[in-house]
Design a protein. Structure first.
Length: 190
C-alpha cells in the first residue's frame, strides 16, 4: 500500500509526463506546416530544369487574418535558366506564378512579384529568380493545401521563360488555420 507521500510523488510524476506528452504531440501540427526546400522538375521553354523550391507560410494562422505566403526558387548549379542578355542594376527582373489553394474557402490566387534591381550579370549566367509573395485570408479553420503551379520570368519586360511543373506538380505546403483566441480582459481593482 502506498503512503500519502508516495501517492503524491507518483501523481506529480504522472502529471509531468502528461504535460510533456501533450507538448510533444501538440507541436506536431505546427511542425507539419513547415516545408523544406525540395528539388522540383519544371519544363521551361522545352528545357527540363531541377529547381530547389520552397513555399513558406507562418507556423500558425487565424481565420479572417491575412497570411503572407512566399515562393522561393533557387537555380541549379548547372542546366539553369540563363540571362538572355547582360543584366545591369537598372534592369528589371520579374517573376509571376500561380499557387493553387485547396481544402478551405480560399480562392485560387496568383502570385505576383514586382520588378527587382539585380547586380550586373553577364549574358548566359544563371538568371536570378525573385522570391514571389502573395497574401491570402483564410475564412475558416482547418488545413489549406497550397501547391505551386506554373511561373514565368521576364527581364526588362521581355518574357524569356515560361515554366510548367512535371506530373508530380510544383512545391506544396499545408497552412494550418486555427481558431481565433480571445484576449483576456483585466478587472479593475479598487
Amino acid at each position: 500500500m502506498l503512503t500519502s507521500k508516495a501517492r503524491r510523488r507518483l501523481a506529480l510524476k504522472t502529471s509531468a509526463m502528461a504535460v510533456l506528452g501533450a507538448g510533444i504531440f501538440g507541436a506536431i501540427p505546427v511542425m507539419a506546416a513547415v516545408a523544406q526546400p525540395a528539388p522540383v522538375v519544371y519544363t521551361c521553354n522545352g528545357q527540363a530544369v531541377t529547381f530547389t523550391m520552397e513555399l513558406k507560410t507562418p507556423a500558425t494562422a487565424r481565420p479572417s487574418t491575412p497570411v503572407t505566403v512566399t515562393w522561393d526558387i533557387k537555380q541549379p548549379a548547372s542546366n539553369y535558366l540563363s540571362a538572355p542578355a547582360e543584366i545591369t542594376p537598372s534592369s528589371s527582373v520579374e517573376a509571376q506564378g500561380t499557387i493553387r489553394p485547396s481544402g478551405s474557402p480560399i480562392p485560387s490566387s496568383q502570385v505576383v512579384v514586382s520588378a527587382t534591381a539585380v547586380p550586373t550579370m553577364t549574358a548566359n549566367s544563371a538568371l536570378p529568380i525573385p522570391t514571389m509573395t502573395m497574401v491570402v485570408t483564410p475564412t475558416a479553420t482547418g488545413t489549406v493545401a497550397l501547391k505551386g503551379e506554373g511561373f514565368s520570368v521576364t527581364v526588362n519586360e521581355d518574357q524569356p521563360y515560361t515554366c510548367m511543373p512535371g506530373t508530380a506538380g510544383g512545391p506544396s505546403v499545408n497552412l494550418v488555420v486555427g481558431t481565433a483566441t480571445g484576449t483576456p480582459t483585466n478587472s479593475p481593482t479598487t
